[in-house]
Design a protein around this ligand. Sequence first.
Ligand code: ACO
Length: 375
Amino acid sequence: MPEPTVQRGLEDVVALESSLCFIDGRGGRLIYRGYDIRDLAANATFEEVAYLLWYGQLPNRGQLDELRQRLVMLRTLPPELLTILDRLPTTSSPMDVLRTAVSALALLEPTESQPGVTSIGGALRLTAALPSILGYYHRRRSGQPAPPTHPELSHAAYVLAVLRNGPIAPLDEKAMDVALTLHADHELNASTFAARVTASTLSDLYSAITSAIGTLKGPLHGGANERVMELLEEIQLPERTEEVVKAKLARHERIMGFGHRVYKVEDPRATILRDWSHRVGEEKGNLSYYDRLRRVEEVVHREKGLYPNVDLYSGSVYTLLDIPKDLFTPVFAVSRVTGWTAHVLEEYQDLRLIRPTSNYVGPTDLTYVPIDARP
Ligand code: ACO
């Protein structure tokens, strides 16, 4: 029998059926539960999108109010978790803090972290807790007191309130809300797959989200927008763009924020974020990020034919919103936790252990050699 072909990186392998998210990689469309991302980004709030992902339909006013209230109540963290956070080095990467905190929360909330639990209580808890964890850690490392839970604020405004100081302008809140909506789900991306693999063993929701956070951390996935901002720092002046980008390509370096496993055209999230990078930049009188990014886009498309992905413009929006660079990927997790949890709940409803195989390419006929007889 011929050896089965290896699909490196599981590229184009269809692993399961899902009714959560559809990516049309050639048409450049992204759909959450039937709704186009452009429609949702323009009209829905992040809380509505979270409800849509968890329950499969948009909420009516009463359902949305109830969801908001539950999320607000769940912003408070248990004191035992705060004690753990107080012991972590203030130099820790916020993604490591998030991963550790979610794992620790499972020990403190054994009911929500039961294996195979199909209620959305844990999903709500984690969605509400992630900004609180980040805010607590960020304030502590900056020598500031713990942030209040701000019950009057929307989820997007709460994220801004705990991660930076100062008043929140309506445009800032809307920009953050759109960014959260755009990152909420994305089919079987690496971190969602990691969450589903963990859930498919009948492990618990908190373990699945811990796996997902660890997977999102990598620069080929969630960490790319930080690297995009580093590229802009290196470029400094727009007129240096061509030289810096071409030199990187000549060294066969990847330009972060470009290319995608599924999209063969522009990522629709990049289109929306480009617009927001311009809107927020204009409002704040700083279009320098936008201008440099447009030039980077032009050079990378000309030289490599690559299109931008969601990470190209998100970092510029966060920077304009005063979010520190090492919190960009954690903000991604703050949003994606809705998609991760929705996928885990879906996995529990149609559970099949995810366990691919590999082609063994090593020897099979070696004989054990006693240690003293080895060269
Ligand atoms: N810069 C330069 N060249 C690139 C880039 C890039 N960003 N992306 C792909 N290429 C090139 C590769 O070098 C390769 O060229 P080759 O055939 O001459 O060797 C070709 O395009 C195909 O690349 P693959 O790595 O096979 O494509 P894959 O589908 O595995 O990659 C990925 C997808 C990992 C996102 C890739 O495009 C990349 O590394 N991009 C930069 C990192 C990034 O922006 N990540 C965020 C993705 S979106 C998200 O996760 C939220």
